[in-house]
Design a protein around this ligand. Structure first.
Ligand SMILES: [Zn+2]
Length: 284
């Protein structure tokens, strides 16, 4: 059992031990919107039980902040509850393949909670958008904005303007349980992430509560600091590539703001994404 905690007017966050992932619920006249659906059907059913202790309102929509399983594998449970599934078009497009990859990896896990992954029914969001979308809750609106690519190709942030809350998905991570390093995975866009966060920051004020994908709610200063560190990662990649350091030596050669072992994908992807003009052939 995990309790939902109110972080702004009718905005509740439940932080789950498994993956230290956050599920947020926003309430309005027309019903409830759930943002991120937890990491399996079983986890989503538990989340729904936690939600029902809070409110009996109709769940009208479930939003995925991005494609990753810990934010999407509860989709089918929320859909069965009547929720329309909403995501960025790139997240929806990537979900079937991501799901297949994750299910294949689950076979190697010994934690029994992973067994549910094979039983988890995939539900791909049907309501998608490219730049921005509003969800009307009657007495309030939610703004869904794609600030650009970063943690994945299809990241979105949810702004609750009247409560001054921003749900940032994994564009921002606080979780010490998960090393407190932003998730530079195999599908990240390290060179674009800083400017995507710049856009997200324009949606905040000095008193905005920012809910990260993992960990405790943070403030704008925290996001500024994380943006700066991600910017250092991107600029270091740009610098190394510009000086002709081969990608295979870049991780060792760079002076990074995060532990090297967290940045292998970031460096490989960054080199791939840099325009040809900013790369030099290694000197022989
Ligand atoms: Zn993620």
């Amino acid at each position: 059992m995990t309790d939902f905690t109110e972080v702004g007017d009718r905005v509740w966050v439940a932080r789950y031990d498994w993956f230290d992932v956050n599920v947020t619920v926003v309430g309005g006249e027309r019903g409830l919107v759930v943002v991120d659906t937890n990491a399996s059907s079983a986890a989503a059913r538990a989340t729904l039980a936690d939600l029902r202790r809070l409110s009996t309102g109709q769940v009208i929509a479930a939003v995925n902040t991005h494609v990753h399983f810990d934010h999407t594998f509860g989709n089918a449970v929320l859909a069965a509850e009547g929720a329309e599934l909403v995501a960025h078009e790139e997240a929806a497009a990537a979900l079937p393949e991501h799901s297949a990859t994750i299910r294949a990896e689950a076979a190697a896990e010994t934690d029994p909670r992973f067994d549910d992954w094979t039983a988890t029914e995939l539900a791909v969001p049907t309501r998608t958008f490219s730049s921005a979308l509003t969800l009307d809750l009657g007495d309030r609106v939610l703004e869904l904005i794609h600030p650009g690519r970063g943690h994945t190709a299809g990241d979105l942030v949810v702004r609750v303007p009247d409560a001054d809350v921003l749900l940032a998905g994994d564009l921002v991570e606080e979780s010490a349980q998960r090393t407190a390093v932003p998730g530079f995975g195999a599908d990240c866009f390290p060179m674009e992430w800083p400017t995507s966060l710049d856009l997200a920051l324009t949606l905040t004020t000095a008193s905005t509560v920012v809910v990260p994908g993992h960990g405790a709610p943070v403030d704008r200063d925290f996001v500024h600091e994380q943006r700066a560190a991600i910017g250092v990662v991107a600029e270091t990649i740009r610098d190394l590539a510009g000086r002709g350091v081969p990608v295979g030596q870049a991780l060792e050669a760079g002076d990074w703001p995060y532990p090297r072992e967290e940045l292998a994908h970031a460096v490989r992807r960054g080199y791939e994404h840099l325009p040809r003009t900013q790369k030099r052939l290694p000197l022989i």
